[in-house]
Design a protein around this ligand. Structure first.
Ligand code: SAM
Length: 249
């Protein structure tokens, strides 16, 4: 386990979202999914503190379980649930996406924004399929290349950070191979990265550096965050997040 994980989790706990996305995009992805009702069972895998889960909850009527590996996020998630008085149908639990606590064919929808990469897109789609009812949906957002070729600097960065990053047609083919009908794919608009993810980090970075002044690990972490942000602004026409929505055959 990475020694810096507690530090990284603390940093992200100060943000409403832990990855790129927006309420509008969550609602757009949801618009491709039919047959949900008050009996539906939904899982939000790698939910973080639940920014997108609360949007899901406001736009569906079923029962939602948010799952994340880190208790700090699940505590915040459940505070969010209480604030919105959603306890009767939304709950956050600590658990791993690699060992989901559901029965086979229990779920109508598996949601996961910016998290499936932790076990790999293909592996996650294959592993999670058994938990879905026939006709159930998976909806995941995932870092993707927009072009076949890209500058070495950004290619090398992502090869190291996420070797499975691939182009949208390849990801769609992987979804089909894993036993889903690819229903929809769309690219997240830039404001999911800028307005909803990087801009809120400016003040969090500042207070984090003040709190951990002189702490090498914290300073290195912020440096790497800034590097990743700069790469995004420089190369955003080559990559971004795409949503992939599939229906279990
Ligand atoms: N879905 C949230 C969002 O869009 O704001 C969080 C996205 S964040 C980039 C990835 C999330 O996956 C983090 O909350 C992290 O704690 C969680 N995570 C990492 N490994 C995990 C695992 N093995 N099982 C469950 N969650 C995991």
């Amino acid at each position: 386990m990475d020694d810096n994980l507690p530090l990284i989790c603390e940093y992200y706990s100060h943000l409403e979202r832990q990855g790129p996305g927006s309420p509008e995009v969550t609602i757009k992805a949801l618009s491709f999914i039919d047959n949900l009702n008050e009996k539906s069972r939904i899982a939000d895998v790698g939910c973080g503190s639940g920014g997108q889960t609360m949007v899901l909850a406001n736009n569906t009527r079923g029962n939602i379980t948010g799952i994340d590996l880190f208790p700090i996020f699940i505590d915040l998630f459940n505070d969010n649930v209480e604030k919105r008085q959603l306890q009767n149908r939304v709950q956050g639990i600590v658990g791993s996406m690699e060992n989901l606590p559901f029965a086979e064919e229990e779920l109508d929808l598996i949601w996961s924004e910016g998290a499936i990469y932790n076990m790999g897109f293909e592996c996650g789609l294959n592993e999670w399929r058994k938990f879905l009812k026939i006709g159930g949906y998976v909806a995941v957002s995932e870092a993707s290349w927009f072009t076949e070729e890209r500058p070495t600097e950004v290619e090398e960065f992502w090869k190291d950070a996420y070797p499975e990053m691939d182009t949208i047609p390849h990801k769609v083919a992987q979804m089909q191979k894993a036993g889903y009908i690819p229903v929809a794919t769309f690219i997240l608009p830039e404001n999911c990265w800028t307005e909803h993810f990087y801009e809120p980090q400016v003040s969090v970075e500042k207070s984090f550096l003040e709190k951990y002044a002189g702490d090498k690990a914290a300073e290195e972490f912020i440096k790497s965050q800034r590097h990743e942000t700069q790469l995004y602004y420089k190369y955003k026409e080559y990559y971004g997040y795409a949503f992939y929505i599939g229906k279990k055959l």
